[in-house]
Design a protein around this ligand. Structure first.
Ligand SMILES: Cc1cc2nc3c(=O)[nH]c(=O)nc-3n(C[C@H](O)[C@H](O)[C@H](O)COP(=O)(O)O)c2cc1C
Length: 608
């Protein structure tokens, strides 16, 4: 895949947008809308401009490369399950017995020779054009500002190549990079990530850390950059394994870091460990802004590129997004790697509206009491799986994990309070719900057993419940019950919050004959008839230890937290599109959306 654009034209139904569009908001808004469509396509913006800076870029912007499952599969060259199968076979490799078995093993071992990146001498295609020192100006790149509230433009599909201080280990991570000016970038490698561990080594020794950021080339590089490989394993090994071909690398011009030779753009520089700068805010893939926080700064020394480069970028915000498809491949390919620590795991699914780390559904074979709890602890203790906030385990007879309706029904018929584990552990750097950054509540539900006996004692209609509730508390605005035919109907209510919801819940105890599972959301920006976005909101907004009450019924407070909850950290806002930009794009006929679409995906704030 040397020319991605040509390849996408042939294989990906690439949509080319000739209209000059601004890198600030316009291009990202078009891509954000496209990826939410059923038949989402990759997009090439051939005339990016920056009206504020008065720039017409020579470099086109390529977005939404992982536009759907079909194209993702084509990028991999095969279904991710087939790659998982090969990994599984390798992990189960046993010493061969007999001559025939030895012969059969040869091709498998031979294929492994493709795994290691190959270093070539001389310059790569990515170094055809060189801008060094004072000519190295980040403004030649069409770097996007996605959201109105973003702290600036960000490189969103950067492959960040770093190496350990002894030079023995190299890493590829996908981290966003804020452009501060013509020469500096904010390095948003989160505290748990490999580049941050390398950074610690340089900081300890007081040495400058070389960094090379690559953009473009084979889209598989970017998938490898986000893959949760264990610390110390270079992600380009995974590239070689998947492609069946070694990644071909060349040395950066100004440091010893090797990068794939076919990438489009390369930014070389260093991070001085004594310099930190405020990064953000940035509308993130959680659908919320991540707040301002100090991060290391990269000082750019040299920029190189192909003669005709394209600039790859993505847009993050509320689901569904491009990471839905990248995440799908990751989920499939990493299944066999989870099995050594959880051998009776059958399958797992991380739905995109659970923002991946916020919700995992797992199917397992239970062999003994406490088996599901054992898996919960195993998951919460390993690598990036440990960021998972909510884990639900079902038994082997449960419906397919992607059949959401049937699966939810199955879980609700087995939701037993005595099988709910609430504990504390490490949470994702981006989690905003935990009272303290980096540690927070974990919820584990063991739904592997048989159906529970009792349902709701005296079911009521939504209207009857609302009437009873509003007599108890006037901040309650709406009621909608889901899955009323199950043993545990889910009763959503929306409120205009004026106090801690713990207090509201305690007042609702008298309705215990009518409720088994209550979920509270704010009235603002939540539609009770939109379960997809409700799951997104709840999974994001709760800290299980603080926000879940189990008696007399299960109650979940998924409202935004504030002083009423003694939540001292700033609570971030949702990512919303800019109305004028949407209107302008609609007028230019670059997008075509209606009010239902806007509401379905929460593109704009709800009218109060
Ligand atoms: C679209 C997208 C954006 C991401 N942005 C960041 C980021 O800014 N910072 C970060 O630490 N991880 C980010 N990640 C997650 C990392 O890429 C992922 O955790 C990866 O495994 C990190 O690699 P490492 O373990 O080698 O550090 C992002 C992932 C995706 C799909």
């Amino acid at each position: 895949m040397t020319d991605v654009v040509a390849w996408l034209k042939e294989n990906g139904n690439l949509k080319i947008i000739e209209e000059p569009l601004d890198v600030e908001l316009e291009i990202p808004h078009v891509a954000y809308i496209e990826v939410k469509k059923e038949d989402s396509r990759p997009l090439l913006f051939v005339k990016p401009v920056n009206r504020k800076k008065g720039i017409e870029y020579d470099i086109p912007v390529l977005m939404n490369i992982f536009a759907n499952k079909e194209i993702t599969q084509k990028i991999f060259g095969k279904h991710p399950d087939q790659i998982a199968l090969r990994i599984d076979e390798l992990m189960k490799l046993k010493p061969p017995r007999g001559f025939r078995a030895k012969l059969a093993m040869i091709p498998k071992l031979f294929a492994l020779r493709n795994v290691f990146p190959k270093r070539s001498r001389g310059k790569g295609e990515c170094q055809e054009v060189v801008y060094s020192k004072e000519n190295a100006d980040l403004d030649i790149l069409p770097i996007l500002k996605t959201w109105e509230g973003d702290g600036g433009p960000f490189i969103t599909m950067g492959q960040v190549y770093t190496q350990s201080i002894d030079g023995k280990t190299q890493n590829l991570g996908m981290y966003r990079l804020q452009q501060y000016d013509k020469k500096t970038l904010g390095m948003h490698w989160q505290i748990h990530k490999d580049a941050s561990h390398f950074f610690d080594q340089y900081q300890k020794e007081g040495k400058k850390m070389p960094v090379t950021v690559a953009i473009g080339g084979d889209p598989l590089y970017i998938w490898c950059g986000q893959a949760p490989m264990p610390y110390g394993m270079f992600e380009l090994l995974l590239y070689g394994f998947v492609r069946g071909k070694n990644a071909k690398t060349v040395k950066s011009l100004t440091n010893d870091i090797y990068i794939p030779r076919d990438v489009d753009v390369v930014i070389e520089g260093f991070v001085d460990p004594v310099k930190m700068k405020i990064e953000g805010p940035f509308g993130d893939h959680t659908g919320y802004y991540t707040l301002r926080e100090p991060f290391p700064v990269m000082e750019v020394d040299t920029i190189t590129m192909k003669k005709n480069p394209v600039f790859q970028a993505t847009v993050v915000g509320k689901p569904p997004l491009e990471d839905k498809y990248m995440g799908w491949a990751t989920e499939r390919i990493f299944l066999p790697m989870l099995k050594p620590m959880a051998p009776d795991l059958i399958d797992y699914n991380m739905p995109e509206n659970g923002v991946f780390h916020n919700l995992i559904l797992a199917k397992m074979k239970t062999l003994y009491k406490g088996h599901a709890q054992q898996f919960m602890h195993a998951f919460w203790g390993v690598g990036q799986m440990s960021f998972v906030k909510h884990a639900v385990f079902v038994g082997e007879k449960a419906p397919d994990l992607e059949e959401s309706e049937k699966l939810i029904e199955h879980i609700l018929n087995r939701l037993d309070k005595s099988k709910i584990l609430i504990t504390q552990g490490v949470v994702d750097h981006l989690d905003h719900a935990s009272p303290e950054q980096f540690v927070g509540g974990k919820l584990g539900i063991d739904a592997t057993a048989d159906e529970i006996g009792e349902g709701v004692e005296h079911p009521l209609s939504d209207g009857q419940l609302l009437e009873r509730m509003q007599k108890i508390d006037e901040t309650i605005c709406e009621v909608k019950q889901y899955m009323v035919h199950t043993k545990t109907p889910v009763c959503f209510i929306s409120v205009t919050k004026k106090e801690s919801q713990k207090y509201v819940i305690s007042k609702l105890h008298e309705l215990k004959a009518h409720i088994k599972l209550l979920v509270i959301v704010d009235k603002a920006n939540n539609a009770l008839d939109n379960p997809y976005m409700l799951i997104w909101r709840v999974a994001n907004n709760i800290d299980a230890q603080r926000d879940i009450v189990l008696e007399p019924f299960i109650a979940i407070d998924a409202t935004n937290k504030d002083k009423h909850d003694r939540h001292e950290r700033e609570w971030p806002g949702d990512t919303f599109c800019t109305k004028e930009v949407l209107d302008r794009l609609q007028e230019k006929k670059v997008i075509d959306i209606d009010d239902a679409f806007v509401k379905k995906f929460g593109l704009l704030p709800f009218e109060q």
